[in-house]
Design a protein. Sequence first.
Length: 496
Amino acid sequence: MKRIQYMVVALLLLGSTAMGQNLVDGLRYSDYRIKGTARSAAMGNAFGALGGDFTSASINPAGLGVYRSSEFVVTPSFGKTDVDATYLGQTTNDSKYNIGLPNVGYVATLKNNSGGSVVGLSFGVGYNRLNNYNMKRMVSASNATSSMLDEFVLNADGYLVDQLDPYYEQLAADTKLIYTEDDGPEGIYRHDMQKFPYTDDLTNYEHDQRKSFSQKGAIDEFLLSFAANFNHKFYLGATVGIHDVNFKENTSLSEYGNAQIPIFNNYSFNTYLNTTGTGFNFKIGAIYKPIDALRLGVALHTPTFYNLHDAFDNAMFSDIDFGEKNYSAYSPLGDYDYDLTTPMKAIFSAAYVIGKSAIISVDYEYVDYSTIKLSDGSNGYDFFDENQEIKNAYRSVGNLHLGAEYRVNSLFSLRAGYEHFPSPINAEYQSADGTTDDAVASTISAGLGFRQGGFFMDAAYKHGFDRNYAEVYSGSDLAQYEITKDQLLLTIGFRF
């Protein structure tokens, strides 16, 4: 059975392992930051009560009932993610550019002129991007006094060479980084053994460490939506969402010796993980207009039921003045199937139309991340311990979306928005120094729109900030990550 690792809560938001179905994965595929159209992005995605935008299909599908005509939209985007990583008092910067297509949508409307309360029907098909994982991070320090090999030594204690974990400790043994006294195939590893041949423990000396992370991928939601308009006062809608998951991560941890450390020069430990899969959910929603200027919305999202597949492997390389000097070792190529169920989500919304010139809207999302559940491992594993960790570590939160629009004239509109995502980590389950309580995210946005006849074009700029904490490796000090995301979106649309 593949190894399931336990991590401190500081690892929850950003850290991951090359092999893991754990609370990290549960949050990664449950915490959505929808992209959608440029108009929605510019207004903080506060479209639960407003409607009339294709992004509504992923928020409150009743919003499609607001359409009076058919529409086609496409939204390309360009962005950059910067990460400042502070580790052992030293800060390192890394960044990554990305180009994407976070939205394509088509809405068809049918008018009912034969009388009755149903005055219109709308059908929507397309997709919205729910998460974008493209990011590069790096941590570096020159005064480290601990080593990832400490954990390897403890895990190898009492085992023969051929009993070691082939993805971790066995790689360290094969590259001569941990060893028994006789270094023979029948030797048993002990907790007090040295970690480097014929030299003192690496932890007795300050040494250099560096770890790089490269992440790619996204979650896209393909949508089939339906909405009904009742006398332009009440709207009902439903969406079936099919999710496509593709996440890739490569990491490389290196430790370097110096003149104080004989024999040892350096080593690196590389991991690879690719998670793919599909999921589905169901959304229902309603919008009510008690007066023409006020819209009230409510929506319920069922859990998303994912079937996921992990492919993974690790490798280790060492440069030591011992025997052959350069050693390399590779794990088998592993794979694992499992299921993941995300939390339900309830969205409460309100929008107010000020005359014909302005709109103010607000969405409040309630999500209980402690209800994330892993299940049905391909080897029969039930994830009982991992699910208990999730229940203890995570909590319910209320995500806030605010938006405003001002119509300058019949052609141009100005927009602004704000989003706030509190930390999902339970206060009673934080790291010892309490630093994870400010692991929050927020976004400010602005944009403009142009409409003439059946053609429209919207542009948006989003500036997001996340603060997270994670271990560089199990047992290390915490690294603090300050993540800045800048994104430009351009929606081109036609109404007919």
